[in-house]
Design a protein around this ligand. Structure first.
Ligand code: SAM
Ligand code: SF4
Length: 328
């Protein structure tokens, strides 16, 4: 059994994008009140006195959009300098990254994953929603800034939606040829926008691998922090290709992560909230840290039983929370 040592921390559930697959237009999304966000000090207390003693050593900051959190750099600084931290990474849409990359690096962040669903500014804009000038160039500038500053491995996440961006799979894969970038294709899940999912469906990773293999050939590859991705490499390429196949190859049995929402809910699984604990309420009600720690340890022990079984449950169900609300 995998050690449960990886915590995904949502810093904020709001976002400056409204990606079709994550936050559908017109959806009735409710956001946590700012006063309910875990503060920087509360996060530090929880990590130091609850999560680390229970065995968590690897952390990812996510959201919503984590760069919208005003104290994101200070939070990175805190976590990066805790002695038990073995790994700290961030997932971002990179819209604000050009301005913040240097400060994040100085604070101690070394790994970053960026969502980039299209190389075409118009397609990109249609995916992320909103009118006006495409934001693609700002995101691209954010990616270049991350590259310049030295984040490594630098991973680009692509959610593949049939008929929307699947025609760009080869162009996106080609980004790895001359740069040490790691492009990861994620199977679209029926979470966030189940109407779009029912309408468009999803493409199995195997099919994408075949398309890429037909063009260049593919060998197995490796990259640090590959998590649930199957990693391959185009022969001679600088970077790698990852395939995250949660729809076609359920990896719930080897899941080693828990999720902490912006308002302090600790959840054992993306899709199964059994046993969730509100750590913010406990902290603010003065529950002793030893007691909170014991509850978290109990939830960690229970996780293998709680893990959602994607395959057993069927794969086209719809889930009430979006990735941005849970902390994707
Ligand atoms: N805003 C940041 C970003 O987009 O990178 C971080 C939060 S976002 C919720 C984290 C990840 O969830 C992104 O890589 C996004 O593509 C993924 N995601 C959101 N909804 C999804 C869905 N329905 N199926 C698959 N991946 C999804
Ligand atoms: Fe925002 Fe990320 Fe969701 Fe897109 S995928 S709406 S950028 S949280």
């Amino acid at each position: 059994m995998n050690a449960i040592d990886y915590l995904r921390i949502s810093l904020i559930d709001r976002c400056n994008f409204q990606c079709q697959y994550c936050m559908p237009e017109g959806a009735d999304l409710t956001y946590a009140l700012q006063q309910d966000w875990l503060t920087r000090a509360e996060l530090r207390t929880l990590l130091q006195h609850v999560f680390m003693p229970v065995g968590f050593t690897r952390f990812r900051l996510t959201g919503g959009e984590p760069l919208l959190r005003p104290d994101v750099v200070e939070i990175v600084d805190d976590i990066a300098h805790l002695p038990q931290t073995q790994d700290l990474a961030m997932t971002t849409n990179a819209f604000l990254l050009a301005q913040k990359a240097e400060a994040l690096w100085q604070a101690g962040l070394r790994r970053i994953n960026i969502s980039l669903d299209s190389l075409d500014p118009d397609t990109f804009q249609s995916i992320i929603g909103g009118r006006g000038k495409s934001r693609w160039h700002d995101v691209w500038a954010g990616i270049q800034a991350a590259h310049r500053v030295g984040f490594a491995p630098l991973k680009l996440n692509v959610v593949v939606i049939p008929g929307v961006n699947d025609g760009e799979v080869l162009d996106l894969a080609a980004l790895t040829l001359e740069r040490e970038w790691h492009v990861r294709f994620i199977e679209f899940m029926p979470i966030g926008n189940s109407d779009l999912f029912q309408h468009r469906g999803w493409i199995p990773s195997e099919e994408l691998r075949q398309r890429i293999c037909d063009r260049w050939g593919l060998a197995e590859g490796t990259v640090r922090g590959n998590g649930p991705a199957d990693v391959f490499q185009i022969p001679g390429a600088q970077g790698t290709l990852g395939f995250i196949s949660q729809m076609s190859e359920c990896f719930c049995d080897r899941c080693n992560r828990m999720r902490l929402s912006a308002d302090g809910w600790l959840r054992p699984c993306l899709l199964n909230e059994t046993g969730q604990i509100n750590l913010r309420e406990q902290l603010r009600n003065g529950v002793p840290l030893a007691e909170i720690r014991a509850q978290v340890a109990e939830l960690v022990d229970a996780k293998p039983e709680i893990n959602f079984k994607m395959r057993e449950s069927g794969t086209t169900g719809a889930y009430s929370r979006t990735m941005s609300q849970i902390g994707g």
